[in-house]
Every structure is written in C-alpha cells, then in structure tokens.
Design a protein around this ligand. Structure first.
Ligand SMILES: NC(=O)c1ccc[n+]([C@@H]2O[C@H](COP(=O)([O-])OP(=O)(O)OC[C@H]3O[C@@H](n4cnc5c(N)ncnc54)[C@H](O)[C@@H]3O)[C@@H](O)[C@H]2O)c1
Length: 267
C-alpha cells in the first residue's frame, strides 16, 4: 500500500469509477465524493454526497485526507457561467480545503482541450501557451492557473493531468492520437499521487502511447509512468482511420468548430 487517505471527487463519473478500484487497493482509506449518491464497496471506502459548489461541505468531506484526486466537474462544453461555478470555483474550494487542512498533494483533472487549437502537425507540450478550443478549455486553463497559484503562493504540491480521450477503446479517427486507455489512466493517476513531494507544480498530458499522438508524454522525473497501450491496432476497426490527416487542422477536431460552442452562447 503506497498511499494513506486519498479523497476522490467525481467518484461516480467515468474516470472516477475506473480508478476507484485501483485506488482502493493502493490507499489505506478512500473518501469518495460526488453529488450523485455512491455506495461504499469496501471496508476502506467512505462515501460523501457533496456539491463542489459548497465550500464548507467540500472542506468537511476532505478532512483527514493526505491527497486529493479532483475529477469532479462538468466534462464538456457548457455555458461559461456554469463552467466557472462548478469547474473553477469548485476547484478553488478543493484547493482551499487542501490549504486550510494541510493536504500534501492535489491532483487536478485538466484537459487536452486547453491546447486544442494547436495544429495536428505540432507536438504540443505543457510549455506551449494555452490555446483553448472552447469555453470548457478556458475553464480548465483557469483550473491549472489556480493550481499554480496555490503551489506558488501557499506551497501546496499540485499536479495537473491534461487528460486525453478516456475510452475503453478508440472509436474514431481522432482517438488514434488522443486515446487514454483505462489502464494508462490508472497509471498516470497513481504516478501523480505518488510523485515525490519535491514536485511543487507540474502539468502533463495523460495520453496512451499512441503512434499518432500529438502531445508530449510527461517528464519521467516528475510523473514516473510510461503508458503501455497504443490506439494503432484499433485503426482497422475505425472508419476513415487512414484518410490523410491535415497537419494544419486543429488537434481538437470537431470541438474547435464554432458550432460546438455557439449553442452555449446567448443567441
Ligand atoms: N473523459 C475524458 O475523456 C476527459 C478528458 C479530459 C478531461 N476530463 C476531465 O476528467 C474529469 C472526469 O471526467 P469524466 O469523464 O469522468 O466525467 P463524468 O461526467 O463522468 O464525471 C464527473 C463527475 O463529477 C460529478 N459532478 C459534476 N458536477 C458536480 C458538482 N457540482 N458537485 C459534485 N460533483 C459533481 C458528476 O456527478 C460526475 O460523477 C473531469 O474533470 C473532466 O473534465 C475527462
């Protein structure tokens, strides 16, 4: 067992459900938070129904945690007011609880969509300035900025994972570059939670070892995990997988189109 008490927000979600089992066997105790009701499935699990918009409830649920994996939030395009409320303020509530109660490590779920406007022909790294592909990407850029602020100003240790396309298997051409397998998701999450305390702040792409990937994999000195899955063997099952990719097209694919954001703006 490598971990003490780990709190997991968004525990009822896709990624939360997938990493929960692995965390359960790596952590002495697991505090599972979501606004959706959860049921404890093991002796070392505690469940809490919490809305991330309620700072006092977040702080009380996180009491006693050594690390937090913050996955809760709106995972896609939405009106900016909602994204600010849940993703940005919700993250600040988690960071504030960590600051006030002395939690050693906070791992924040960021997204590849903070850099979605870089072209497919560019290998994007966390050193590149953000180029969000929508309002959701803007909210995740703010999440990362909050993490950096709490690391620089208050000395918290914060790691931001820019998660790729988390899917059981790749199903569309873009996934051949962006897929994050469940196994690699667990690997990155555990690496982030167990990274040495000397890591004060870091941002890395959590992506499988896809032949066509256009994001740099993290520095092993910071995140000690080498992804093992590759989307390429699935290409034969994906329609249009072998159409030549336009190197100047945005990495975000369809998410970069105005139509993706327009329904969330005022008419
Ligand atoms: N799935 C992906 O491919 C992907 C890619 C990049 C980033 N991410 C990020 O990873 C995280 C998890 O994504 P996911 O796919 O599991 O999403 P999901 O929607 O399946 O899970 C998010 C969870 O957050 C909870 N939640 C939402 N609003 C809440 C609130 N106000 N209070 C408390 N809980 C709330 C939901 O109930 C849900 O269980 C998100 O932050 C998302 O932005 C996901």
């Amino acid at each position: 067992m490598r971990l003490g008490t780990v709190a997991l927000t968004g525990a009822a979600g896709n990624i939360g459900s997938a990493v929960r089992e692995a965390l359960r066997s790596e952590a002495r105790r697991l505090i599972l938070l979501d606004r959706a009701p959860l049921r404890a499935e093991a002796d070392n699990e505690d469940v809490r129904t919490v809305d991330l918009r309620d700072p006092a409830a977040v702080e009380s649920a996180l009491a006693g945690a050594d690390q937090v994996l913050h996955l809760g939030g709106i995972p896609d395009e939405a009106p900016l007011a909602d994204l600010l409320d849940v993703n940005v303020l919700g993250t600040q509530h988690v960071l504030e609880a960590a600051r006030r109660t002395g939690i050693a490590r906070v791992v924040l779920a960021s997204s590849n969509r903070v850099t979605g406007f870089y072209p497919v022909g560019h290998l994007t790294t966390p050193q590149d300035p953000v180029r969000p592909d929508g309002l959701y990407g803007v909210s995740k850029a703010a999440v990362e900025a909050l993490g950096r602020l709490y690391a620089d100003k208050f000395g918290l240790s914060v790691i931001c994972l820019r998660i790729g396309s988390f899917e059981p298997a790749p199903t569309e051409p873009r996934h051949l570059a962006t897929w994050l397998s469940p196994r690699d998701a667990v690997g990155y999450v555990l690496a982030a939670l167990t990274a040495p305390p000397i890591v004060r702040f870091a941002t890395g792409y959590a992506v499988s070892a896809n032949t066509r990937r256009f994001w740099a994999t993290p520095d092993p000195a910071v995140l000690d995990y080498a992804p093992v899955d590759n989307a390429e063997p699935h290409a034969a099952d994906i329609r249009d997988a072998d159409l030549p990719a336009d190197p100047s097209a945005p990495q975000a694919g369809p998410y970069a189109r105005p139509e993706f954001t327009l329904p969330h703006l005022r008419p």
